[in-house]
Design a protein around this ligand. Structure first.
Ligand code: TUI
Length: 317
């Protein structure tokens, strides 16, 4: 039998079963190339970019690594179709999608030889994606930062693993080797890690954003926007309090959107972590230091192996 992790590594031609989450305004060529150079799959987030800016990020990434990398397309973006075209023209090896159904783009990806791993928030969606030709699926639990679904990683990953035959990548709440080992126990072939990669030297997010994550407990990320149908997890601050107040007053999507637009840039690029959106997952409770990407991935793999070995099946009960 092929070991679980090898299925994903073979599919993506990578050395380690680790994918970096595509985080808008955060995952640029610097972080993506570092992750790919360390043996994982680095991912450029297209979420905040114009099509030509995305092309430039792809070119920059290729200057810094000769290994496979990916582009994340956030499907709520009004320019998603144009961004898909750039990813196809540039023949990026892998696309991950989020926050929607990539069905309308699947044929375009297939024609250009782009492998697709959609984020799914239910087993039903995973099944639909497999039928549409997805090469793998990312089962992202609601512990994650940013835009989230309704199901936890602990319950979503096994449900998705039972539903499809393509490799399943676990995401949401994974920040160390223990969680990585747990993801394999749940039936995953690999992990996608977002928040933990923000606390690396190669990540170009503002230092204040990284410091907020380092100082946060697992209780600090809160969910706002549920009333609008677009729940987002970010660290409790002036912005989340203002949104909560608006939601209590019954404000609609447009009104909330007005103060949310630009908020992620404000926090991640300008360092305004009180009025900006500091999107981060619940895993920030265990993040205590900034590392190089290579150091972090080395620690993750070593700890995952140690955890799996120590669970070896003897003497636990
Ligand atoms: O997409 C994400 N995380 C994100 S996107 C983002 S940018 C943003 N900014 C402001 C407001 C909203 C977004 C920040 N973080 N993760 C992937 C993800 N996809 N999580 C959940 C889903 C998802 C949920 C439901 C995917 C598909 C789905 O159903 C789709 C359908 O139409 O059936």
């Amino acid at each position: 039998m092929i070991p679980a992790g090898k299925k994903l590594m073979k599919l993506l031609s990578i050395e380690l079963p680790v994918i970096q989450g595509g985080m808008a305004w955060i995952s640029d060529h610097s972080l993506a190339s570092a992750v790919s150079n360390a043996g994982g799959l680095g991912v450029i987030a297209a979420g905040n970019l114009d099509p030509e800016e995305l092309r430039e990020e792809i070119i920059q990434t290729r200057r810094l690594t000769d290994r496979p990398f990916g582009v994340n397309i956030m499907l709520l973006s009004p320019r998603a179709g144009e961004l898909v075209d750039i990813a196809c023209q540039e023949k990026v090896p892998v696309v991950t999608t989020g926050a929607g159904n990539p069905g309308p783009f699947m044929e375009r990806f297939r024609c250009h030889g782009v492998k697709v791993l959609p984020v799914v928030a239910s087993a039903g969606m995973a099944r639909r994606m497999e039928k549409l030709g997805a090469d793998g699926v990312i089962a992202e639990g609601m512990e994650a930062g940013g835009h989230i679904g309704k199901v936890t990683t602990m319950t979503l990953v096994p449900a998705v693993a039972d539903a499809v035959t393509v490799p399943v990548v676990a995401a949401g709440g994974i920040g160390d080797g223990r969680a990585m080992a747990a993801a394999f126990a749940l039936g995953a072939s690999g992990v996608q890690i977002g928040t933990r990669f923000i606390c690396t030297f190669e990540c170009t997010a503002h230092t204040k954003y990284k410091e907020r994550i380092l100082n946060a407990s697992e209780l600090d990320p809160v969910v706002t926007g549920s009333s609008t149908g677009h729940p987002v997890r970010s660290l409790r601050n002036g912005l989340t309090r203002r949104i909560e107040e608006l939601e209590r007053e019954g404000a609609g999507f447009e009104e909330i959107e007005k103060i949310a637009v630009g908020a992620l840039r404000k926090a991640s690029r300008e360092g305004d972590v009180n009025n900006g959106s500091v999107m981060a997952g619940q895993v920030c409770g265990i993040i205590k230091e900034i590392n190089t990407v290579e150091e972090l991935i080395g620690k993750l793999m070593e700890e995952a192996k140690k955890t799996i070995d120590s669970l070896g099946g003897k003497g636990l009960w």
